[in-house]
Design a protein. Structure first.
Length: 231
C-alpha cells in the first residue's frame, strides 16, 4: 500500500474572537492519497478553511500533527514552512490572487523563481508556458489579469498552483466566483491534471454537485470531520 501524501492526526485548533475562546477544529484526523480528490463540505463556520490553513502550515494547530510527503511540518518555523510550501504544495484560491501588474506567464513563472532562484530563466519560462498550455491558455500568456475573464484568471491560478508538480493541491472554493459552466471546466482541468500527475487534492466546496465528482466526500460540522455516507 502506498504511503499517504498527507497525514493529519488529532488536530485541534483554538482561537479567540472578541476575547472569547473558540474551539475550531476538534480531534480531526485525515489521510490523503496520491491522485485522490477529496471534497470537504459543510456549513460556513464549520472549520473547513481552518483545516486547509492548518494543512498548509499557514495556521499552527493547538494540538496534533501534520505530515506532507512523509515530512512532519508541525512545529516548523515560518522560514522552513515557506520553503517547504514552495516545493510541495499548491494552493488555489476563490479570489484568484493574481498579481495585476504581471502577465499570465509572469504570474506562473514567479512561483518557480521563488521556489528555485537558481533555475535558469529559459527553464522557468518554458515550464510556465507549458503550465498555461496545459490549462488551454497558450495564446493568453502575455495578457495581464485585467484582460482575462474570471474563468481565465482561475485557470492561470491553476497553472500557477500546479507548475511545480506539488504533492498536495489545496483548493478553497475555487469555483465560488465563477458561473456554473466555467466552474465545471476549471474543475475538470484541475481533476485531470492532478490525477495525471499523482497530486492529491483537498477541495473545500459548498457545491454538492461539485463534491460528488470527487473520489471521496467528507463533511465538516462544528469542527468535526466525518465521512459522508454513499448516495
Amino acid at each position: 500500500m502506498s504511503t499517504p501524501v498527507a497525514v493529519a492526526r488529532g488536530l485541534n485548533l483554538h482561537l479567540k474572537s472578541g476575547g472569547q475562546p473558540l474551539h475550531i477544529l476538534k480531534d480531526v484526523s485525515l489521510e490523503l492519497s496520491a491522485g485522490e480528490v477529496t471534497a470537504v463540505v459543510g456549513p460556513s463556520g464549520s472549520g473547513k478553511t481552518s483545516l486547509l490553513m492548518v494543512l498548509s502550515g499557514l495556521e499552527q494547530a493547538t494540538a496534533g500533527s501534520v505530515s506532507i510527503g512523509g515530512t512532519e511540518i508541525t512545529g516548523m518555523n515560518e522560514d522552513k514552512l515557506a520553503i517547504f510550501r514552495r516545493k510541495n504544495l499548491g494552493i488555489l484560491f476563490q479570489n484568484f490572487h493574481l498579481i495585476p501588474s504581471l502577465t499570465a506567464l509572469e504570474n506562473v513563472a514567479l512561483t518557480l523563481e521563488i521556489a528555485d532562484p537558481a533555475m535558469p530563466w529559459k527553464t522557468v519560462r518554458d515550464r510556465a508556458a507549458q503550465a498555461l498550455a496545459d490549462v488551454g491558455l497558450d495564446k493568453r500568456t502575455g495578457h495581464l489579469p485585467s484582460a482575462l475573464s474570471g474563468g481565465e484568471q482561475q485557470r492561470v491560478g491553476l497553472a500557477r498552483a500546479m507548475v511545480g508538480n506539488p504533492k498536495l493541491l489545496l483548493a478553497d472554493e475555487p469555483t465560488g466566483n465563477l458561473d456554473q459552466e466555467t466552474g465545471a471546466h476549471v474543475i475538470e482541468l484541475m481533476f485531470n491534471l492532478a490525477r495525471d500527475r499523482g497530486t492529491s487534492i483537498l477541495l473545500i466546496t459548498h457545491d454538492p454537485n461539485l463534491s460528488k465528482k470527487a473520489d471521496r466526500q467528507l463533511r465538516m460540522n462544528e469542527g468535526h470531520l466525518d465521512a459522508m455516507a454513499a448516495a
